[in-house]
Design a protein around this ligand. Sequence first.
Ligand code: GAP
Length: 540
Amino acid sequence: MEKIVALCKRRGFIFQSSEIYGGLNGAWDYGPLGVELKRNLKDYWWKCMTQLRDDIVGFDGSILMNAAVWKASGHVDTFSDPLVECMLTKKRYRADQIEPQSGTAYYYSGVFTKTKISRYDNTTYTKHSKPGSEGFFIELPFAVLAPKGKPEASAQKIARQFYADRGIAEADINDLDLEKSEPVENSTKFNPENGAQLSEPRVFNLMLKTYIGPVQDESSVTYLRPETAQAMFVQFKNVLDVTQKKLPFGIAQIGKAFRNEINPRNFTFRSREFEQMELEFFVKPGTGPEWLNKWLEERLAWYEAIGIPRAKIHVLTVPDKDRAFYSQGTYDLEYEFPFGIQELEGIAHRGNYDLKQHQEASGKPLEYFDEESKTKYLAEVVEPSAGVDRTVLAVLCEGYAEETIKDEESGKEETRVVLRFSPRLAPIKAGIFPLLKNKPELVAIAQSVYKTLQPLLKVVYADTAAIGRRYRRMDEIGTPFGITIDFETLEGAKEASTSAVGTPIAAGQKDTVTLRHRDSMKQERIVIADLPGYLLAKIA
Ligand code: GAP
């Protein structure tokens, strides 16, 4: 993973947000190549959803919505995670993500008498009179887990730091009382990073709050949307009226979503600002389960089409206890990331939960009138919801390869780093190279090929460095094709061959160039006039 993160920065795919100010946790910027990759991914999803199908229409909702939307959708009351805090570092973690620990737990009473706590800020902690003793005492109990085989001293070191951080005098810390110790198995009450006790879980709403207008009070509160879906439910009726679609039909949207994640991590995988590609597919009551399975197959085929093999995607049937409360059935599509098998997309059968909630809360009918049966009802919804950033990350992980190869010119062994993007996603589709930059005839033809291709697809022109180096740089950013204008272009093909598009090339034919393939490094000749058609077919 470190190598992928380093490559992303070095070649301009992804940078840390606000880097020169120390960064902002959970936010990322896409550089010149990253933005192309991400855009190609979104365009392909959009094309598959809205261009290649007659039963889905596109939509682009606002990020800010009336706060009533989030109340009706259930996000205000239930979009939350249980949160625990490390009592030593104050760092917060999701309670359900704490890895169970085993070892010996040491419990310190942390009782200090008033005389001993002269430097202690007693406004923060309870001060009480201890039965049977004179005067006031301050009680700061704290426990530490020492992993199996570690002595108490290692736990005490953490405890001492805990008391010192709270201003307890060193002399008092030296009197630290160990109340008890006990073996623990698979406990989630201690921080796996340092053994310190964790607080009891507290519920933490993940929506990012903001205020609309100049007055910042409860009436002006709203939220940055935590999913794109809700605007599509709220506008269901408007979309239906203007398109006159019949069930089943879908509304598709790509856009930003925001979640105040407790623990953003794994590069862009869990961010606080991210993009979603969501489809709300409205179906007749009772047909939800059937459509859920259809969409599972559709989405698996889509991942194959962007270069993520079926074997790398794990389909999890989410058990009842783990499903969102609105869901009647969910599949998670998970990818084998280097940091573990993790969710890329959720496909949920949401029933009529959302339309029902919004109909009730707004008082506006959101029912569908069925011409055939002459009845009105609420449609059910099947929702394939994918993360743009997670899919970009999966594409980067899937594409990254290191190979030992022989240099195409010198024959020496070297390591080649290559991003094996599918051509339809590659940020740059082809590099155009004159073999030598000081040969005006080569440069003129290369420039003309470049100018012909530039309006059609993203290509770059490069004339510096040896041709092998230029190929290697293109390999590292995932450019699938290299087009080299060489002496055979000027003097005619050395021998007869079959061109890349299958047509014959005669010995001595002058209108050909070398076409080099990134993955196989194979080189063949192609007629210049065939280049646009050949390349466009590869990226469609
Ligand atoms: N409308 C349903 C919904 O939002 P979700 O499972 O919470 O469902 C859908 O999110 C997808 O959005 C996830 O599968 C994931 O790809 C992406 N996603 C969710 N939270 C994310 C985060 N914090 N960072 C990056 N992507 C995230």
